[in-house]
Write a protein that binds this ligand. Structure first.
Ligand SMILES: Cc1cc2nc3c(=O)[nH]c(=O)nc-3n(C[C@H](O)[C@H](O)[C@H](O)COP(=O)(O)OP(=O)(O)OC[C@H]3O[C@@H](n4cnc5c(N)ncnc54)[C@H](O)[C@@H]3O)c2cc1C
Length: 413
């Protein structure tokens, strides 16, 4: 039985703990706060391989230029953060071309291809959480915008999912009566799913506790001790933790931790916001994406969440009200009436962003017992279970059944 210490208890650390424990190995999960908080709890809950495409792509630089320093825009860079973000932004720009976009799409599809099966297996294994199989709607500004999106999203056929279906404005109104009557139409992605992310992290935490995983909460890892190619122990607030292997799954906090091992990992925080209305006055049947403003609506049992946008301002939990209001007014434009709920909860979370939008998965170079699973950007929930499965294969020396080169920790060297 090999003992694994996992540093970071977001959805990625939890999923990795689940798959490692399933093989009867020992796991200790260490988190500086409570596991499953931050982005893993407040995200939009989409399990959507079709929309998992990378952020950098052709035309991205031109589109984002008009947004960059506007506080309520879909993408905002805090001017004060520019100097320390510059190296990452330069790397990001190198991925903004058709060829690299396609490579990242292929890798993203590869990791997503058995996604729904993994979610079903989790349910079969007794992990309880809220999951919906209702499909998803992508709104377009006009017909040519919808056609353009269709041409891009139909690639999903390669992994056996159906191509998007065109929905006229009138059909859209029948599907979602609370949308504005003058919308151009939408694309319907019939197989996509969504989950209530809080219920999934809570379900995993329950399973891990029942199955003997040790959880160290409010216990930040502050130091790492290694002897040549082997990490021997990590220092937490509560003392030292020794293990046979160490997996770093610290999301947006991964870079400073990896620096302690002299490894430069280009992961920055891409802050997003969500607003959850309890017992809302409007009901929706599907999650809805408004690509132009990068905002989204997700219906849950008894609640409605709106959210999105990307703020590059470093790691901080400051709530910028301009950005929250930007999301609210973008969604309000789409609806026939204002959303009111019995309670309104505003949360922010730090997406762990790599320059190519792909996660970093695998063994750390120069070490034989250190692994990384971080940098899932806007797809951490979607890719959580496949990440856990892949890491458990890699750590056991088994073939993970897909080409992991696009996710290699070495690729940014
Ligand atoms: C508004 C919004 C909407 C989103 N919507 C979706 C969606 O619909 N679908 C989807 O797939 N993804 C979505 N995402 C992205 C998704 O939420 C993230 O990719 C995912 O949560 C990242 O998980 P993680 O475990 O890597 O990081 P985190 O959840 O951030 O977990 C990292 C953990 O590491 C811990 N940690 C950090 N440093 C230390 C340390 N030194 N010692 C110990 N512990 C440490 C932290 O406390 C934290 O708990 C969304 C994100 C946002 C913000």
């Amino acid at each position: 039985m090999a003992k694994l210490a996992i540093i970071g208890g977001g959805i990625i650390g939890l999923a990795c703990a689940y798959y490692w424990r399933k093989q009867n190995h020992e796991v200790v999960l260490i988190d500086k706060g409570n596991p499953g908080e931050g982005p893993s709890r407040c995200n939009m809950g989409w399990v959507s391989p079709t929309l998992s495409g990378p952020l950098p792509g052709p035309g991205m630089i031109r589109t984002s230029m008009k947004w960059l320093f506007k506080k309520d825009s879909p993408l905002y860079i805090k001017p004060r953060a520019v100097p320390f973000l510059a190296p990452w932004l330069i790397q990001f720009m190198r991925y903004c071309n058709e060829q690299k976009y396609q490579l990242a799409c292929d890798a993203g599809f590869d990791i997503s291809k058995d996604m729904f099966q993994l979610f079903d297996e989790l349910v079969d294994d007794g992990v309880e959480f809220e999951m919906h199989r209702k499909g998803l709607l992508v709104l377009g500004s006009d017909e040519s915008d919808l056609q353009h999106k269709f041409d891009d999203l139909k690639q999903v056929e390669r992994i056996g999912l159906p191509r998007p279906e065109f929905v006229t404005g009138a059909e859209l109104l029948k599907m979602e009566p609370h949308l504005n009557a003058n919308l151009a139409g939408a694309l319907f992605l019939p197989k996509e799913r969504h989950v209530r992310p809080e219920s999934m992290v809570d379900g995993l935490i329950d399973w891990l506790q029942v199955n003997g995983v040790e959880m160290k909460t409010n216990d930040a890892v502050t130091d790492i001790v290694h002897n040549h190619a082997r990490v021997e122990r990590v220092r937490c607030n509560s003392g030292w933790v020794e293990a046979d292997m160490f997996l770093f799954a610290a999301g947006a906090w991964s870079s400073p931790l990896m620096k302690k091992l002299n490894y430069s990992l280009p992961i920055i925080a891409g802050k997003g916001y969500s607003i959850t209305y309890q017992s809302p006055n409007v009901e929706f049947n599907h999650p809805i994406y408004f690509a132009k403003d990068k905002t989204a609506i997700t219906p849950f049992d008894g609640a409605l969440r709106i959210g999105g946008t990307m703020e590059l301002s470093g790691i901080n939990d400051e709530l910028m009200l301009d950005r929250v209001n930007g999301i609210k007014s973008s969604v309000a434009k789409l609806l026939s009436k204002e959303i009111v709920g019995s309670g309104e909860m505003i949360l922010s979370g730090m997406r762990p962003m790599t320059p190519d939008s792909l996660p970093v998965l695998g063994g750390l170079p120069n070490f034989n017992n250190v692994f990384v699973a971080a940098g899932h950007g806007g797809n951490g929930l979607l890719m959580s279970l496949s990440t856990g499965r892949i890491l458990s294969d890699l750590m056991s020396g088994r073939d993970p059944g897909l080409d992991v080169t696009p996710f290699s920790p070495l690729r940014f060297k």
